[in-house]
Design a protein around this ligand. Sequence first.
Ligand SMILES: [Zn+2]
Length: 103
Amino acid sequence: MAKLFLPSLPVCPHCNTVYRYSDVKKIMFKKSEKCYHCKKNFKISKKKLIIMIIELLIIYAALGLFLIGVVGIKPLVLFIINVFLVAAGILLIPYYIMFVKKK
Ligand SMILES: [Zn+2]
């Protein structure tokens, strides 16, 4: 289970070829893909990504309440911080994509 939460670039489940960031970005919204190395098909799983998004939403909500309620920053400042965090999160998407064998 621990492996599921570590950010890493996905590998082919058949031949363990590591996909580069730019390669993952190109295919990450597809359902399946053929490995460029071993030519076998695999499924592109977003399970880890969905878990990451749910966790981030909880952290965002808690952080937002803390910053407004305790630190006393303005909602606009918080909004700007969130925009940067979301932008950073989007850049990390390829690290949360997994390739799995087709059943
Ligand atoms: Zn392969």
